[in-house]
Each structure stands twice: as structure tokens, then as C-alpha cells.
Design a protein around this ligand. Sequence first.
Ligand code: ATR
Length: 288
Amino acid sequence: MNSPGRTLSGRATLAGVIGWPVGHSLSPALHGYWLDRYAIDGAYVPLPVAPENLGTALRALPALGFAGVNVTVPHKQAVAAAVDTLDDAARRIGAVNTVIVADDGKLVGRNTDGIGFINALHAGATGWSASAGPTVLLGAGGAARAICAALLDAGAPEVRIVNRTKQKADQIAADLGGPIQTLAWNDRDRSLENAGLLVNATTLGMTGADPLPISLDLLPASAVVTDIVYAPLETPLLAAARARGNVAVDGLGMLLHQACPAFAAWFGVEPEVTDALRNHVLNQLRAD
Ligand code: ATR
């Protein structure tokens, strides 16, 4: 959050997050921390935009001089259809999490969720490599789609998508191509055999939701386990993985790392993900 002592000049750079609702977004705390840390003349604000106002709000960004915005639920796919150009990741995923206003006022849609996921794993699991072995990816929503594309780009030899609604996994495989297998939800325990990475990209394990029902018995001890859920930080899945000796990486890293390319594009500084940043965002999460 911006410190009370910091004042903006008339030339301040503006960015924000568009969502509906947007009150629980951690992005203002995250970007605000970096703005303070790097003493940048800029602001990052929550922008509650109802679906029926999305087009008007997007077109207002260049008119208002915004450098860009992040995009969150429920707008990621609608923004992909509304911007002027998409980067490769956003096109393949069909969703935008970052909009950059170009010098000519055009809106460029990017998706940094996948690269955020990969960079969080590199930071949290020393020596991890996507090419080390098959990945088991539980879930087939928007987050799973972004993660799958990024894993394939990073050289994953095989991605096994396991989802309750198998047709959604089949659709990702058809859209992305490459070495993707899809499995029925009932096959999740046996899908873990010889895996190098297990990713929970479902909402199971989140505060208020059921825990993820899975047995890790067949998962190699060398496999890394990660969760996109970060509330709670230590999900039952991560606790079970750690208890049997697997390296476990929590979901907060993906949130922090997906923000880096956007901050750099808008504010001109490559920000760092540090323990102090994590603690700052965690305090915000606990305060909500
Ligand atoms: P996001 O965009 O964040 O990925 P989402 O699109 O709502 O969110 O996806 C949620 C994922 O959690 C889906 O894979 C969903 O499975 P379905 O595709 O079958 O809906 C999965 N999920 C949610 N609740 C679940 C449950 N009780 N059991 C199994 N999977 C569940």
C-alpha cells in the first residue's frame, strides 16, 4: 500500500486492476509496495468495473493517460476479445491478465500468469526444471490453461491434465496441441506415477472449499508439488506433500511473479520478489 508520506506529481504514471468485484484483489498492495520501494512517481488503484461497463472502461484508459491495467475475474476472457493486439501467450490462452497502453493509444493484451507460475517454481524449488519429467495438472479452468501453455513452452515432455469435467481438459489439449494427455478425475491417484511435478489448479483446498481428495502414494519422492491456492498458504495438499518429503511450493509466488512483467512495462523498473514483499502481501491477505 502507498505510504502516507508519498505524494504524486502531475506527471505520475497510472495503473490499476479491473475486476468485479475487485475489493479482495491483492494487486494494489503488491504494486503499491514496489512503488514505495523504488520511490516511483506513480499509483496503482483498484478499478471496480461491472461487466456491462467493460468496453467503456477499457477505451477510457488511453483517454485518461493510464499506462495499463491488470485484469482479474470475471473479465480475463472478455478483455482478450476487446483489445487491439494480443501477445502469443494471451492468444493461446484466450485470456488477458495485463493490458499495456501503447504509445499510439492501442491496447495490447498480455498474459503473464504462465510465466509467473514457472518463475515461482524456479524460485521456490531450487534446481526444478520443466523437462525433468511428466507433470500432473489437476484442473482445466483458466489458470490450468495458462499453466499448461507455459509448461509446454518451458519444455515439459508430458502434461497429464486431470479434471472433473474431462471435456474441458480435452478442449485445452485440442487448443494448445503438444504432448498433453487427458485423464478422468477418478484416475488422479494413478496419474502420479513417475511424475516430476504435481500442480493443483482446481479451487479445492481453498478456505471454505473441500480439501483436494488425492492419495500421493504413487508420487515419486523427487517430485515437486505446488498449488495455485494461496488462502490458506499451506493447503492440505502441500502439508501432505511436505510430510512425505516432497518439495512443496505455495501459491503466493505465482501471484507475485506474474506481476513483475506488468510493473516493469508500466513503471520502467524490473521489480524483485523478496521475503519483505511476501510478508507485506500476506499481511494484506490476513487483514481481509
Ligand atoms: P480458474 O479460472 O481460477 O482456473 P475455474 O475456471 O472456476 O477457475 O476452474 C476451477 C477448477 O476447479 C475446474 O477445473 C473445476 O473442475 P470442473 O472443470 O469440473 O468444474 C475444479 N473444481 C472445482 N470444484 C471442484 C470439485 N469439487 N471437484 C473437482 N474439481 C473441482
